[in-house]
Design a protein around this ligand. Structure first.
Ligand code: ADP
Length: 448
């Protein structure tokens, strides 16, 4: 097992990794920008190194500074968290060259899944169902038009290097296609430095359902059920639940086993998530995330598996502590992403937290790195905490969620807590009757 792990991240996920390390008897090293000198992840870690100025490109994305920090402190592994360098194949290669373990999959798997066209091809070959679309990238409109007419409009133009919902354009009919390709290419070029785009059938009312997997270096692969992440705003997840209220046990077993078998075929190592759109009883692969996800705790709550602990153990060459037959789903769990934002306009709201009290009690977990007196810097993501509730039934979880939201105190800044307090009274949400467009429609109807 590793002796010392450097955590190349900040915020709640840096704390989450620190906690898993401590429980494994591993000493931790925090890295931080000058803006994060008084952050919780820095004060909790055994050692810390300042790696640069506030801008992420100069600090949390600064590979040279992070590798130097690992060498100086004698770290034998780096955990990248999510975001930042977590899906950077080059970073994984550089660490290998420095004999530092990367707590994540191989650089090759990161690279394949980071290119959505290659990912679709690879997953299709491994037996995963795909969204109908172009085979590979599209460059000219005539060729795209032919594919679009074959699969039928509306279609979506997506960036091969896409992420965070960017570089995605909808063409309702043939008249929109040329413009959609052009704007998707321009957006992709600006955001990712790569203007390769591909075409996919646009699904009108799907749910976003993703399967958590874990695979070790001894050939063991397990799947830990699904998370329903359909409640989204601008293609970004807002609230997630496990298991999905929309699947039957048979559907769950079928997609779980299809996914597990494909991952086994790929020879993948580490934890990962395979994302699908689900419509009319069919699953369609959209992408694979080769890292820990923000919403991993809801899976932990219903399976009793500590995913970060397993992830670290796998990277250290150990066997998974669970066989597939050990994975039993217990009760229900919901996560709300609490952002430092205005709950109506979603304008970011950095600044000083004057008072803070996390909800607690039965079935409540609050993963956060904020405290009373902490000043949220304006340079990073606005997510400041995750309220995770769990219980035997979805109904109990909804009641707990309400009381936990009411109990949470965060003053001095705006947060999205009132959004969830409003959402929880909605009958569609209470019935689990929603798709990926539902939240935006509801926001549009109720915020004016
Ligand atoms: P990103 O990596 O940018 O997050 P994804 O491919 O994961 O992109 O898609 C993000 C979200 O965009 C999905 O959860 C879904 O809401 C929507 N989306 C993606 N592909 C399609 C599609 N073919 N039809 C309808 N919606 C889609």
């Amino acid at each position: 097992m590793f002796q010392k792990v450097l955590i190349a991240n900040r915020g709640e996920i840096a704390l989450r990794v620190h906690r898993a390390c401590k429980e494994l008897g591993i000493s931790t090293i925090a890295v931080h920008s000058t803006a994060d000198a008084s952050a919780m992840h820095v004060s909790l870690a055994d050692e810390s190194v300042c790696i640069g100025p506030p801008a992420a490109k100069d600090s949390y994305l600064n590979m040279a500074a992070i590798v130097a920090a690992a060498e100086i402190t004698g770290a034998d592994a780096i955990h990248p968290g999510y975001g930042f360098l977590s899906e950077n194949a080059r970073f994984a290669e550089i660490l290998a060259a420095h004999d530092i373990a990367f707590i994540g999959p191989s650089a090759d798997h990161i690279r394949v899944m980071g290119d959505k066209i290659a990912a679709k091809e690879t997953m299709g070959n491994a037996g995963i169902p795909l969204v109908p679309g172009s085979e590979g990238g599209i460059s000219d409109t005539a060729e795209a038009m032919k594919v679009a007419r074959d699969i039928g409009f509306p279609v979506l133009i997506k960036a091969a290097s896409g992420g965070g919902g960017r570089g995605m354009k909808l063409a309702q009919g043939p008249e929109d296609l040329e413009q959609a390709i052009f704007t998707a290419q321009a957006e992709a070029k600006a955001a990712f430095g790569d203007d390769t785009v591909y075409l996919e059938k646009y699904l009108g009312q799907p749910r976003h359902i993703e399967i958590q997997i874990a695979a070790d270096s001894h050939g063991n692969v397990i799947q830990l059920g699904e998370r329903d992440c359909s409640l989204q705003r601008r293609n970004q997840k807002v609230l997630e639940e496990a298991l999905s209220p929309a699947l039957t046990r048979a559907q769950r077993e079928q997609i779980g086993e299809t996914t597990r078998a494909a991952i086994e075929k790929l020879g993948y190592l580490g934890v990962g998530t395979i994302e699908y759109l689900y419509e009319n009883n069919e699953f369609f692969f959209i992408e694979m995330n080769t890292r820990l996800q923000v919403e991993h705790p809801i899976t932990e709550q219903i399976t009793d598996v500590d995913l970060v602990r397993e992830q670290i153990r796998i990277a250290a060459g150990e066997s998974l502590a669970y066989k597939q037959s050990d994975i039993k789903f217990k009760g229900h769990s919901i996560e709300c992403r609490i952002n430092a934002e205005d709950p109506v306009t979603f304008t970011p709201s950095p600044g000083k937290i004057t008072n803070f009290h996390a909800a607690g009690g039965p079935g409540v977990r609050f993963d956060s790195a904020v405290y009373a007196g902490y000043t949220i810097p304006p340079h990073y993501d606005s997510m400041i905490g995750k309220l995770i509730v769990f219980g035997d039934t979805r109904e109990l979880v909804l009641a707990r969620l309400r009381r936990a939201l009411d109990e949470t105190v965060i003053t001095g800044i705006n947060t999205t807590i009132p959004l969830f307090q409003r959402l929880i009274d909605n009958p569609d949400f209470r019935n689990g009757d929603y798709n990926i467009h539902w939240l935006e429609n509801w926001l549009a109807e109720t915020s004016g």
